[in-house]
Design a protein around this ligand. Structure first.
Ligand code: HEC
Length: 129
């Protein structure tokens, strides 16, 4: 009878150890792993929500590069000029980049030795909407 009780206790201790090791290994396996989280756009407050109490900060924020680069590439947000006399930049005497407003949209057009030649000839900035 005493022998049986000892056996049961031993089995319980071993089971406890196995369970403990299992739990520990699980913890170690999950350590450092990033947990995936879905961010829902509906949860985004938007800067307009801050405006009522932080008017100065909001007005300054509208002029920052951070705000502008997050906007759609439409004419009112693109700060570069599309005017003929101020829409060009020469990277070298052979390479010219020009901002152009065409019927099909707004473009950055790259010219090599005066011709639209490169693989990335036109970068469509936006389609007229
Ligand atoms: C209902 C009014 C209210 C709204 C809306 C609000 N805030 Fe605030 N906010 C406060 C007040 C009041 C303080 C504390 C100002 C202080 O301590 O000088 C504060 C402080 C802060 C600070 C700390 C400023 C500092 O100098 O330490 C930050 C950052 C901030 N707000 C960001 C935001 C953002 C981002 C939003 C919009 C998502 C927002 N707040 C919306 C009232 C508001």
């Amino acid at each position: 009878m005493i022998l049986r009780q000892k056996n049961i206790r031993s089995v319980m201790v071993i089971l406890g150890l196995v369970a403990g090791v299992f739990i520990l290994v699980q913890c170690m396996n999950n350590a450092g792993k990033e947990t995936e989280q879905t961010v829902n756009f509906d949860a985004y407050a938007g800067s307009e929500k801050c405006m009522s109490c932080h008017k100065d900060a909001y007005d300054k924020h509208l002029k920052t590069a951070h705000f502008l680069t997050g906007q759609p590439a439409t004419a009112n947000f693109i700060t570069g000029s599309f005017k003929k006399d101020s829409n060009s930049y020469y990277y070298s005497p052979d390479i010219l980049v020009q901002m152009q407003k065409r019927d099909s949209g707004l473009y950055q057009v790259i010219y090599y030795k005066g011709e639209e030649k490169w693989p990335y000839v036109k970068i469509l900035l936006s389609v007229p909407g």
